[in-house]
Every structure is written in C-alpha cells, then in structure tokens.
Design a binder for this molecule. Structure first.
Ligand code: GLA
Length: 384
C-alpha cells in the first residue's frame, strides 16, 4: 500500500472503530494513530496475576497485545476497500488462552521449535528439558515464554509507536542453563509495518531461538481455510524431518516437491500430495532454509496474498530459517475470537527462526549464546 493510502486509512481509523466492532473481541483496538498505546484489564491468571491488553494503532494497522505470552490478540488490517478485519487467530478471553491455545499469537522461547529428546549437550554438559511434544521438547517446554507474564512498557518514538516487553528467564528454568534477560520490541511504524526486535543476554552459556507464533488468515480469522492464499518463500532448500518432526540434518532441494514456493502458489495447491514429508506434518510444518542466510538487516523472504480481500503481507528477517506451518493440528475442537470454530488449515504460521534442533546439529547455524554476547533478531511484517 502506498504511504498516502495508509495515511488516509490511519486518519479515518479513529472514526472507523465501529467497522472493527464485529470482528474484534472488544471494541478497543483503535487507539488514535501515532498515539501512546492504551492499557486495559484483560483477565486474571489462577494465581491472581493481572493480565493486561494493550492496544496500539499506526499507519492504518491496529494491534492488541497481551502481557501474558506477549500474545498478539488481534491484528486488524484494511482490505482493498478500507474495511478492517482481524487477520490473526486467537480468543476473546484469557481462560481460553491458558487452557486451549496452540501458541496463538505468542512469543516463543527460550527455544522455538523442537529439540530432539528434549536434550542437548553444551560445553560438555548434558541438559534435559521437559518433553511436551511426543518424545521432544517444543517451543521452550511446558511453561515456555508463551505462558509467562511479560513486563510491558509503551513507547512513542518519532513516527513509531510500540511496546517494549521484558522477561527474565531464571537460570535452570525449563531445564535451560543461564539466566536469560529478554527484551522484545513490537513497533508499528508510521507506514503501518509491524516490526519485532528481539534481544537477549545470558549469565551462562545457553541456547536461544526466539520467534512469534501468529496464525494468519488474511481474509479474517474464522472465515474458513487459508488454502487460496498465494505464498512465495525465497528458499531453494528445506530441512526434511523424521516422523516426530525433527530434522534429519539434510538440506534438501524444494525443486519437484510440494515445498517449492519459489514462485507464488496457493497454500492448498500441493497440500494433498502424498509426499512422505507432507504425511509426517499432516500438511506443511517444515523449516525452510532461506536463500539469503543470516543477515545483519532484515531481507525480504515472503510474500503472501489473499485474493478476495486483496490483502498482502511481506516478511523480512535477519534469521536464516522460516517454519511454515499450515495450521494442520487445528481440529475443530474449539471456537476462536469471533465465535467461529477453527478447523484444519484455518490459519498459517510463518515463524522466522534458526533451524529446529540446532543444538544437536553442529552443521546448522549456531544458536549458542554466551555471556557478554547479545542475541539479536529482527522481523518486519509489512501490509498492503
Ligand atoms: C509449531 C509446530 C507445529 C505445531 C504448532 C502448534 O508451529 O511446528 O508442529 O506444534 O507449533 O500447534
């Protein structure tokens, strides 16, 4: 979208709050553009801890974020005609996030994706993590960063508005060595981009792989499956997995497989091809080896376009990998934010990351962080 069109939409966003009312949980995700994010009460955890919901808006993009898990509870974007919809799957209440959520919208850590057998060796010491995904540890274990209450501070900086989220993960938490101080900035730029900057430091050598687990449906959450979305991923290789979704270590070519998204194609195009890797994932649930590799500044890696609404999202990242998950394990067993049931393929995740199980694959880019170093990762989502 051109700057002028986004500026126009931003200018109308305050009066357009009603447009979003039927699509978002509470009628509040329309803080005035460029203004300081607003805080409201969202709920209480079983132990009494208060959870806040922050709303922010800029450049035509509106977002609501929970202090619990750093969860993006709603992400509202205009379509070609300026009509807003919430394009992220989630819930309208805290209880469902706690009891049901398959990481909807959440910040993931200390290690995003799987670690085989929940174990790895670092500097000669073996560590054991909780197993929460068959024989493996997934997304930081049973109480990962997605289930922690983050300290949240709003900021306004020039044309940008945003939230700084902080969490200190104790030495030994979920089996990981070292106290890890994590800072994540969610920024909505004046042009309506959503930028995520991750930073972390540690007191002892550890492994880190942070990501965001938003489930997108650019036609609007609860509107059906995402198979018509046209997806392009700049990756000529991917990491094939075993039956428990652990990489074999091979970097295999996507050419001639359902994993070839080098030219834009509908997400559903090859999802029913009887390829052994598709069967393992019950669809696509794989890490793509981004052609650009690790970069100091975010490089474009993804374009995804939803033809009916005309919405387009681009993703740029500094990371070397991307987990594309086609919402395979959504099974119709619960309803989401707008009260519609989520079924298989009703949302997709594009998780920028280092490769899964890197601590057990010395040939993969390292995920080790040592005292004195700073972990840095940036991902930018832009919308049109
Ligand atoms: C990740 C995994 C998937 C699945 C989802 C949550 O994306 O790769 O296999 O576990 O999280 O359901």
């Amino acid at each position: 979208m051109t700057t002028s069109r986004r500026t126009l939409l931003a200018a109308t966003a305050t009066t357009a709050g009603t447009l979003a009312a039927g699509l978002s949980a509470a009628p509040a995700a329309h803080a005035a553009p460029g203004r300081r994010p607003a805080r409201e009460f969202f709920g209480r955890l079983a132990d009494g801890t208060r959870v806040d919901r922050w709303t922010l808006a800029n450049g035509g993009t509106r977002m609501a974020v929970l202090s619990y898990g750093g969860i993006v509870q709603s992400l509202e974007l205009p379509d070609l005609r300026g009509r807003y919809a919430n394009v992220s799957l989630g819930f309208d209440n805290l209880e469902d996030y706690v009891a049901l959520s398959p990481y909807f919208g959440a910040l993931i850590g200390r290690y995003g994706n799987r670690i085989a057998g929940g174990t790895f060796t670092l500097d000669g010491t073996a560590y054991q993590l909780p197993l929460n995904n068959g024989p493996n540890s997934l997304h930081g274990g049973t109480q990962g960063f997605d289930k922690r209450v983050w300290d949240v501070e709003p900021f306004v900086s020039g044309p940008d508005v945003g939230l700084t989220l902080r969490y200190v993960s104790g030495d030994g938490e979920m089996g990981y060595p070292g106290a890890l101080s994590v800072r994540v900035d969610y920024t909505l730029t004046g042009g309506g981009d959503w930028r995520i900057d991750y930073r972390a430091t540690t007191t002892r050598p550890t492994v880190v792989n942070l990501t965001s687990h938003v489930y997108f449906n650019l036609a609007g959450e609860g509107s059906g499956d995402v198979y018509d979305h046209e997806l392009r991923i700049a990756a000529a290789r991917y990491t094939p997995v075993d039956a428990t979704l652990i990489p074999t270590g091979e970097l295999a070519p996507v050419a001639g497989t359902p994993f070839d998204f080098r030219r834009s194609k509908p997400i559903g195009a090859d999802i029913r091809v009887s390829h052994p890797q598709v069967l393992f994932g019950q669809g696509i649930d794989h890490n793509f080896v981004l052609d650009k590799g690790i970069t100091r500044t975010p490089d474009n890696i993804v374009t995804v376009h939803e033809p009916r609404s005309g919405r387009t999202m681009r993703i740029a990242t500094t990371e070397p990998g991307l987990q594309f998950y086609s919402g395979n394990f959504l099974d119709g067993s619960f309803a989401g934010t707008s009260g519609r049931v989520y079924r298989q393929g009703d949302g997709f995740c594009l998780e920028t990351q280092h490769y899964p199980d890197s601590p057990n694959h010395p040939s993969f880019p390292t995920t080790v962080l040592r005292p004195g170093e700073t972990y840095r990762s940036t991902t930018v989502h832009s919308f049109a």
